[in-house]
Design a binder for this molecule. Structure first.
Ligand SMILES: [Zn+2]
Length: 84
């Protein structure tokens, strides 16, 4: 089984949770060890989850200022269209 970088990206949550079948996890680990981009992606995802879980819980949602929300949505759309 050969995995693409997109396959690894699509499986980030399962990789982190170690919820993949053992044989798939082995192929993922093989790819990540030989692909610096995916290695960096997995490390970044792991760090993001660890940092997010260390933040205090917020018991109320605060709406974003409309101009900031629109700019953020525009940036996210651009980022999504540039993914390989
Ligand atoms: Zn890769």
């Amino acid at each position: 089984m050969n995995l693409s970088c997109q396959d690894v990206t699509d499986l980030l949550a399962e990789i982190f949770d170690r919820s993949l079948p053992v044989e798939v996890q082995t192929f993922v680990e093989r790819h990540v060890h030989t692909c610096p981009d995916c290695g960096h992606r997995v490390d970044t995802y792991r760090a993001t989850v660890v940092i997010s879980r260390s933040l205090p819980k917020c018991d109320r949602l605060v709406p974003l200022p409309p101009a900031f929300e629109e700019r953020l949505r525009t940036l996210l759309r651009h980022a999504e269209s540039r993914q390989c």
